[in-house]
Design a binder for this molecule. Structure first.
Ligand code: CA
Ligand code: CA
Ligand code: CA
Length: 146
């Protein structure tokens, strides 16, 4: 009888371990699936979904700045990707691809001073007209409208 019980314990124990191991694998897998879906890589030079992108020239030309810093009151400390040149007063085309339904407001001066233009989510401006090479700050709007 006693031998029989030990044998059962011996058989059960690996089974429990296997169950625990499986549970841990599931946890790891679910962690991996929440962190690995194809998501935007900021400042990789590619304008992806969930980013707000700006270019040095009109029509998405020249250097690019792709990021998701929807609120930045001072663009003088942000550089074109792969360069040491500030984006301040240099934007010539912009694409709001990542404000999740929110519009983006752009300003001529630091600290959200002197409003220039507003761009709804998923809108692209191939040229900026009178706002060309003036933008010094951008702010994510609280609503979708402009
Ligand atoms: Ca990117
Ligand atoms: Ca900045
Ligand atoms: Ca400016």
């Amino acid at each position: 009888m006693r031998f029989h019980k030990e044998e059962i314990d011996h058989i059960n124990r690996p089974g429990r371990r296997a169950t625990l191991g499986l549970a841990m694998m599931v946890v790891l897998a679910s962690l991996a699936s929440t962190t690995s879906p194809a998501s935007a890589v900021y400042k990789n030079g590619v304008c992806e979904s969930n980013e707000v992108c700006q270019w040095d020239f009109s029509g998405q030309g020249g250097s690019i700045y792709d990021n998701n810093d929807g609120n930045d009151s001072n663009l003088s400390n942000n550089n074109w990707v792969g360069t040491a040149n500030t984006v301040n007063d240099d934007y010539s085309s912009i694409y709001n691809r990542g404000a999740n339904g929110k519009s983006m407001k752009y300003y001529e001066n630091f600290n959200y001073n002197q409003f220039l233009l507003c761009l709804p989510d998923n809108w692209y401006a191939s040229s900026l007209g009178s706002a060309d090479q003036k933008i010094s700050g951008n702010q994510k709007n609280s609503g979708s409208g402009c």
